[in-house]
Design a protein. Structure first.
Ligand SMILES: Nc1ncnc2c1ncn2[C@@H]1O[C@H](COP(=O)(O)OP(=O)(O)OP(=O)(O)O)[C@@H](O)[C@H]1O
Ligand SMILES: Nc1ccn([C@@H]2O[C@H](COP(=O)(O)O)[C@@H](O)[C@H]2O)c(=O)n1
Length: 708
């Protein structure tokens, strides 16, 4: 997950390959609650690991439910069988509506029936999300429910510690036009108390988001409760209902999450060598309502085919076709249509989406404000949004790999591109769907990058969304930004590069490590690395072959040579000296070029070395030549070694460092020198943070994303 203030997506041109999606949020949280309420243990597999499911798991544990992690995406829930071992608790539910609504209903009924008391609260936005209709329904049943701040909104107090008789003799009346989660909550809770008589729910207004109710009914069935449904107005939970664990249940991949990859396949030309985007874990017979997003995507031109557990999407009509659609049946996935509309041949209208206004944020407003930043013309109403793409003859990314005519250079300053698209920094309102939707704007035909603010908000349902997206998207290497940090030894390149990479969410290339690896591998093979031997052409060839065949692997914080962890050995001073000698051999340098170029992955790279800016990435948009006085550098290295418990003599270090500088600067091939367009940074008088800020300011200054 990108836990950084903002993530810059380079402009993208094609997509293809397989994606495996995380489990459905709606199914995960329903299943967890049902498993906790059931008799007996339930093994839940393919569970979504996200903010909302973590909230539900924490709440259930707090209520005394034993939950054991049995694998990376599976838990065993020891059902409580409707009994409450904990009778008083304060539960914090973040911004998870799929936890707040069903827990409110279940705990209200159990608290009234068993004499317990609970407080449920969340983040400020959760306290603005209405729950009054559910509270009214629970009060009709005889449950004491208090709204602790504003009537009709969380935080709530459920129960008062005493037993209250429940009134099941009359139908429970609930509205269906604000959120279908109120009905879901009652359906999940009432089997706990429908022992002596049927429990009947009457929906008093038009029910929205019916597919979510279908998920609820199907899952109730899996847990042994058959609800009788008369139209969408009357639901009867039969007398004697009792939750029984199915033993094992697997969660389908999230159909709403699939919408981004369906849209991706529809917008992006297939990367050569692929046959479009293949989505695994969810298929055409999914029980999730958002699977019907496929129909809408097809209307816009997507070619989608699938089976029980898989979908394949290819671009069909292009530009996409504008549509006018009632989206009540796909409230969450419909947001993705709003971004597809940016690539359409006319104006798209999405109707009957009033529920967007009471989600994680006011989604109609959010999509309108952010879409306009990109250059679209957007009209919004109480329950609709109308989107006209950024002006231009044909909306959409280029076919093939060439930059579109009139496109901005990948890193050029300037905020308006071809076809009226604008360079935008997308505010995400702590709403995962806003972030995921607007990532697709990176396919804009103007070749402009897109900034996504607070990218970690995707953690609500899809923590690895951006990693998954980058895994199937392609763009020419020259569009992937590289920041080069070159300079002499111990100037702080590695430290600075690592900090920058972590703050920008970029990959890191420590090119010195490659030369150190060659030195180490040579030593292990018994190959000499003295300067005299390295001048022998046959010996240099051997070393070149050794470098070309290095069996090396990088894992976070570790480097492996032929399966052995060599992280410590590589950083030792002799390895640095050997690296400095072997790096002067042209055959060695040539052998390592491709390996370095291949590190240029989305969303960007910070490369540290001696020739990053001059030889390996000469077109990089930012090159820093980092230096400090030899004395300062020797002191830093001395301090570094001593702090690791490695004995070192300052004068020896200074002499070695000067020898390395001289060799690196005077060798014939790729000598250490600043690139012509490098920014010189002498950090003798700067601390690490000041150096980092210097480079970040430079970098952000170059990106020219308009400030909100
Ligand atoms: N601006 C700075 N001020 C003070 N100390 C620094 C600064 N930058 C880095 N250091 C410290 O200097 C030491 C050497 O830094 P680092 O290993 O990053 O250098 P390097 O240039 O990558 O060296 P090499 O080329 O040998 O790998 C580290 O202990 C680091 O914490
Ligand atoms: N791009 C590079 C990087 C490093 N070298 C040589 O390797 C030695 C070790 O590098 P460190 O950054 O890990 O200290 C260094 O002294 C250089 O001789 C290089 O040539 N090109």
């Amino acid at each position: 997950m990108f836990d950084i203030p903002s993530l810059d997506l380079p402009s993208l041109i094609s997509a293809g390959g397989r994606v495996r999606l995380p489990g459905s949020k709606s199914i995960s949280n329903r299943v967890l609650l049902l498993a906790a309420l059931s008799e007996g243990p339930t093994l839940v597999e393919d569970l979504l690991d996200s903010d909302d499911t973590r909230v539900m798991l924490a709440a259930l544990r707090q209520l005394g439910c034993a939950i054991e992690e049995t694998g990376p995406a599976s838990v065993r829930v020891q059902g409580l069988g409707g009994r409450l071992p904990v009778r008083e608790a304060a539960l914090f539910l973040g911004n998870a509506g799929t936890a707040m609504r069903p827990l409110t209903a279940a705990l209200s009924l159990l608290a009234a029936a068993q004499g317990a008391r609970f407080e449920l609260s969340g983040v400020p936005r959760m306290h603005e999300r209405p729950i009054g209709d559910l509270v009214d329904a629970l009060r009709q049943l005889g449950c004491p429910v208090a709204c602790l701040q504003n009537e009709g909104y969380p935080p709530l107090r459920l129960g008062d510690g005493t037993v209250h008789p429940l009134r099941l003799d009359e139908p429970i009346r609930v509205r269906g036009d604000v959120s279908s989660q109120f009905l879901t909550a009652l359906l999940l809770a009432l089997p706990l108390v429908a022992q002596e008589r049927d429990a009947v729910i009457e929906v008093t207004t038009e029910l929205i988001s019916k597919p979510y109710i279908e998920i609820t009914l199907k899952l109730l069935q899996r847990f042994g409760v058959d609800v009788r449904r008369e139209g969408w107005q009357r639901f009867t939970i039969p007398r004697g209902s009792r939750y029984a664990s199915p033993g094992r249940i697997a969660v389908e991949a999230d159909a709403s999450s699939a919408s981004y990859f369906i849209a991706l396949g529809a917008i992006a030309p297939a990367t050569p060598g692929t046959d479009g985007v293949v989505i695994e874990g969810v298929g055409t017979d999914s029980i999730q309502g958002d699977i019907r997003f496929i129909e809408a995507a097809r209307l816009m031109g997507a070619e989608v085919e699938g089976d029980g557990n898989r979908l394949r999407v290819r671009r069909g009509a292009w530009p996409l076709k504008a549509i006018d659609l009632d989206c009540n049946h796909i409230p969450d996935a419909a947001m993705t249509l709003a971004v597809m509309a940016l690539y359409a041949d006319g104006t798209t209208t999405l109707r009957n989406i009033a529920s967007w206004r009471v989600k994680e944020t006011d989604r109609i407003a959010a999509m309108a404000i952010e879409g306009r930043k990109l250059g679209a013309t957007i009209e919004e109403g109480a329950d609709f949004i109308r989107i006209t793409p950024p002006a231009g003859p044909a909306a959409g990314p280029p076919q093939g790999g060439a930059a579109p005519s009139g496109s901005s250079e990948p890193h050029a300053v300037g905020s308006v591109g071809a076809h009226g698209w604008r360079r935008a920094s997308i505010h995400t309102y702590d709403d995962h769907r806003v972030a995921m939707c607007f990532s697709l704007a990176a396919f804009n035909p103007a070749g402009l990058p897109v900034r996504i603010e607070d990218p970690k908000c995707v953690g609500k349902t899809f923590p690895d969304y951006f990693e998954t997206l980058f895994g199937v998207c392609h763009t020419p290497a020259e569009r992937i930004p590289v920041i080069c940090i070159d300079g002499p030894t111990a100037s702080g390149k590695g430290t600075l590069a690592a900090e920058l990479a972590s703050r920008l969410g970029y990959h890191l290339l420590d090119s010195g490590a490659l030369y150190r690896l060659v030195g180490l591998a040579a030593e292990r093979e018994g190959l000499s690395t003295t300067e005299a031997d390295l001048r022998e052409p046959a010996h240099a060839e051997r070393l070149g072959r050794l470098a070309a065949g290095l069996d090396v692997r990088f894992t976070p914080g570790k480097t492996w040579l032929e399966g052995e962890d060599v992280t410590e050995a590589l950083r030792a001073e002799p390895a640095g000296m050997a690296a400095s000698r072997v790096s002067a051999v042209p055959q060695v340098r040539a052998a390592l070029v491709d390996l370095q170029l291949q590190m240029r992955h989305l969303p960007g790279l910070v490369a540290d070395g001696r020739d990053m800016g001059t030889v390996i990435f000469p077109g990089a948009p930012l090159k820093i030549y980092l230096t400090a006085s030899a004395e300062q550098r020797a002191q830093r290295r001395h301090k570094q070694l001593i702090s690791k418990g490695i004995p070192a003599i300052l004068d020896d270090l200074l002499a070695d460092l000067k020898a390395r500088d001289a060799r690196d600067m005077n060798r014939a091939h790729a000598p250490l020198k600043p690139a012509e367009d490098a920014v010189l940074l002498d950090n003798s008088e700067l601390d690490i943070e000041q150096s980092v800020q210097f480079v970040l300011n430079r970098w952000h200054g170059q990106q020219a994303f308009p400030v909100r």
